[in-house]
Design a protein around this ligand. Sequence first.
Ligand SMILES: [Zn+2]
Length: 290
Amino acid sequence: MSSAMSRAIRACAASGASRRGLASVEAMGAAAKGPPAAGRWAGRGPGGRGKVEDGARVQWVFLGCPGVGKGTYAGRLSRLLGVPHIATGDLVRHELASSGPLSKQLSEIVNHGKLVSDEIIINLLSKRLEEGEGKGELGFILDGFPRTIRQAEILEGVTDIDLVINLKLREEALLAKCVGRRKCSQCGGNFNVASIDIEGENGGPRMYMPPLLPPPQCESKLITRADDTEEVVKERLRVYHDLCEPVEDFYRARGKLLEFNLPGGIPESWPKLLQALNIEDPDNNRSATA
Ligand SMILES: [Zn+2]
């Protein structure tokens, strides 16, 4: 990514992404557009699978509803490919914990349970990309961005996204997973008491996801987030789909969307995801159980 990219993203955010602002960043991006991303990605072929030097060509986006585990898979891929995993949720938390210029504004938004605006997210992202450029980072895996069609348009105008991976999990598994989340009030550890074992769909294999149980010392200290009830989770999913389906359509229309149905937990899903991405895991056994 070029410093032009983060400048353009910032300029776009500053202009409030007016039609004019968008048009000008689109013009900037047009010159840099290469061949269709899916072709470029598929063109890696067996010779150059998942090597670190491929990092330069990884400009990926992870989509997926809350609770699907996209942070986990994006994080694993970023370590494997040697590219930064940039999660907008982390950027927000990092800024909140800092004394940066946006932290006061952010804490007010978050404390009132409001959504962080496109402008703030774009500002944080562009700051992060600039810092990465300074350190010589190549490529990126974005997680949590773009979340809206407007963010997708801004991104499209300034850089070439190679691939958008849309992680999906059957809704009954997703609900059980969200409702089963627990946090230890003492050490902050995250656990999941849901034991998912559901019949396969259309003759497909059974889906089994074991619980992630806490160690004995945490058992009596587990708390459930007030908003992890079935009703709230369903509402969260509905809001996500309303917001994100246009983003999926946007990338589908450009031939960049890879739909990936998670077949179960990490041990089943990780090798299949690598296969779908034509990446060879040099240490498959260890990764699958980590
Ligand atoms: Zn604990």
